[in-house]
Write a protein that binds this ligand. Structure first.
Ligand SMILES: C[S@@+](CC[C@H](N)C(=O)[O-])C[C@H]1O[C@@H](n2cnc3c(N)ncnc32)[C@H](O)[C@@H]1O
Length: 181
């Protein structure tokens, strides 16, 4: 199965710490292999993500501070594809865009924005696919969650995370967490 990574663009440390952290945690929990926080470093986000990975396991790459153009250039140089999530793109429900993404059989870099993204993101030089999770504006977190869930067809929700310190045992009622190692 091809791997999916996320490029989070436009992080503003003074107001996006929580949301960018949630983008990373969404990416990890829903099957992505890593996230690039582009152009800027935010040690608070990095620390939180690393703590979650240490406690709850799995492999999740987190990199920050690399200019988005460089990350995309390096990504594409290896023949991999870029998907830009945008309300203006091809609708994931009413078009065959997801089938076309999967048909490439290639690893996917998913771009999500914050404030208005550079217009270059919409161009074929940057994004092989512009995909809308419905053509109404909502959020980077919700659009990423729906994209990943459809891409992995729900199977990511049953994934076991190895090397975890803690593991949740699902309960009908109440909470059960065990030390896993
Ligand atoms: C708060 S929105 C940005 C809205 C901004 N005013 C704009 O026009 O781009 C932040 C990010 O969420 C994602 N997003 C929001 N709605 C979406 C949708 N319907 N489909 C796909 N992605 C969406 C996009 O990646 C967007 O860059």
């Amino acid at each position: 199965m091809p791997k999916v990574y996320v490029l989070r663009w436009g992080h503003r440390p003074n107001r996006d710490k929580r949301l960018t952290t949630h983008v990373a945690l969404t990416a990890r929990a829903l099957g992505a292999s890593g996230m690039f926080l582009s152009d800027i470093e935010d040690p608070v986000v990095e620390q939180t993500v690393k703590k979650v990975v240490q406690r709850w396991g799995g492999r999740f790459r987190f990199e920050m501070g690399v200019p988005w153009k460089k990350t995309i250039k390096q990504w594409k140089a290896k023949g991999r594809i870029v998907v830009h999530l945008t309300a203006y793109g091809e609708n994931i429900q009413t078009s065959d865009v997801l089938e076309r993404v999967k048909a490439t059989g290639k690893d996917v870099l998913v771009i999500v924005g914050s404030q208005k993204v550079p217009s270059e993101f919409f161009s074929p030089e940057i994004s092989d696919f512009n995909i809308a999770i419905g053509n109404q504006p909502h959020s980077e977190c919700s659009s990423l969650a729906v994209f990943l869930d459809r891409y992995f067809e729900g199977k990511e929700l049953a994934k076991e995370f190895d090397n975890a310190e803690m593991k949740i045992i699902p309960q009908k009622h109440g909470k059960k967490v065990i030390q896993a190692c």
